[in-house]
Design a protein around this ligand. Structure first.
Ligand code: NAD
Length: 363
């Protein structure tokens, strides 16, 4: 029987290969009058070209860094205030989208970005339009923003960060290098499977997660080995579905472990999630997950975990601590992972010793 659920999503979704060509009309459709566009250096030229073609774009901030910094938020919010913009547009991966979200809210406050980073809640935001250029984070449909001040990386959940609209144009992902395509694709896979096994899952998030996993499993390898239009379009769709699944069901163990793995061993977000993904598939295996593995065309959870490991090795991702930066401290990793709030969403409650054993097997 279908259990009762609430599914909350106030974001308009425009999807299509080449959709960005309609930007001025889409901005008009969303009631945008004046906007600041945020991107990283890779998209600086494209951002300028969009400013020329869309009269609503008043200014461009093109200095977002990976692991986006509070300084970028501060500068974007300053531009929003200076130009009296009503909207912040993000063109880029999760780093640019998360910068835009935080800046859209700081621009509505009289307090500084530092005061909010230190804990004062943000209570309103300008309109946010997300244009993802990687197929991975799903940030275009979530109310989450991950911002760092130095090494202090903070994830903030706030309804004001929910984008007004997103434009998912798979053409933008055609230039993503192979390695980043695999890392971001595994991030999307992790969102989908964690939404499926999260204790907060529902019938609707299960449907979204299952379809996301089906699409991603069928296209991930081709998307990083051949970069065809078909595989990259499918991955953009799979990542969107995964975002819709975890926006409501939330993530769990892999994401809880990803924070200390990124902090102490400097793994990019998607690679950090993928580092423990096959371990968690084995640890979380129950009847429900075994049945999902079969639906996806695998004999069982072990075979699905083996496939994830194979893809990581094929794409040259790190699978052992011996290949990572940083000194291995199993106690610190296990304790911080166990204490992370997302670990509470994991279907199996793992003790610090069990997590330590999981990490020890990856030495
Ligand atoms: P990213 O935005 O940091 O980009 C990674 C690299 O890929 C950059 O060098 C960028 O220039 C390049 N790149 C992006 N698009 C490109 C393209 N089309 N062509 C060529 N190069 C391109 O990477 P990401 O994985 O998209 O985002 C990671 C960030 O998102 C992390 O900070 C992570 O914590 C965060 N995140 C947020 C959410 C959320 O819901 N808010 C979810 C997952 C991850």
């Amino acid at each position: 029987m279908i259990e009762p659920f609430l599914y909350d999503l106030p974001t308009k979704i425009y999807f299509g290969f080449g959709k960005l060509n309609e930007l001025p009309a889409l901005l008009k459709d969303c009631g945008v009058q004046r906007a600041v566009l945020v991107c990283d250096r890779f998209f600086a030229e494209k951002g300028e070209a969009l400013r020329q073609s869309a009269p609503q774009i008043a200014a461009v901030f093109s200095d977002v860094e990976p692991n986006p910094q509070l300084s970028g938020v501060k500068e974007t919010a300053r531009l929003v205030k200076e130009t009296a913009a009503d909207t912040v547009i993000a063109l880029g991966g999760g780093s640019s989208i998360d910068t835009a979200k935080y800046a859209a809210a700081v621009a509505c406050s009289d307090l500084s970005s530092e005061e909010h980073f230190n804990g004062v809640p943000l209570t309103a935001a300008k309109k946010i339009i997300a244009i993802p250029t990687t197929a991975g984070t799903g940030s275009e449909v979530t109310s989450v923003s991950v911002i760092s001040r130095g090494n202090d990386k903070k994830t903030t959940h706030n309804p004001v960060f929910q984008p007004t609209a997103c434009i998912v144009d798979p053409a933008l992902t055609m230039t993503v290098p192979a390695r980043t395509t695999l890392i971001t694709g595994l991030d999307a896979f992790t969102h989908a499977i964690e939404a499926f096994w999260s204790v907060r899952h529902s019938a609707l998030t299960d449907a979204l997660a299952t379809e996301a996993l089906r699409v991603i499993i069928a296209n991930l390898e081709a998307s990083f080995t051949e970069a065809t239009k078909e595989s990259r379009t499918a991955m953009a769709y799979g990542s969107l579905l995964a975002g819709l699944a975890f926006s409501n069901a939330k993530t769990a163990g892999c994401h809880a472990c990803s924070y200390p793995l990124s902090m102490y061993h400097h793994l990019p977000h998607g690679e950090a999630c993928a580092f423990t993904l096959d371990s968690f598939i084995r640890l979380n295996a129950d009847d429900r997950l075994e049945s999902l593995a079969k639906t996806l065309g695998f004999a069982d959870c072990d075979a699905l975990a083996d496939e994830i490991y194979r893809l990581k090795v094929k794409g040259g991702l790190r699978v052992r601590f011996a290949d990572c930066d940083g000194e291995l401290d199993l106690n610190r990793l296990a304790t911080e992972s166990a204490e992370h709030m997302l670990m509470r969403n994991n279907p199996v409650q793992l003790s610090v010793d069990e997590l330590k054993a999981m990490f020890a097997a990856l030495k």
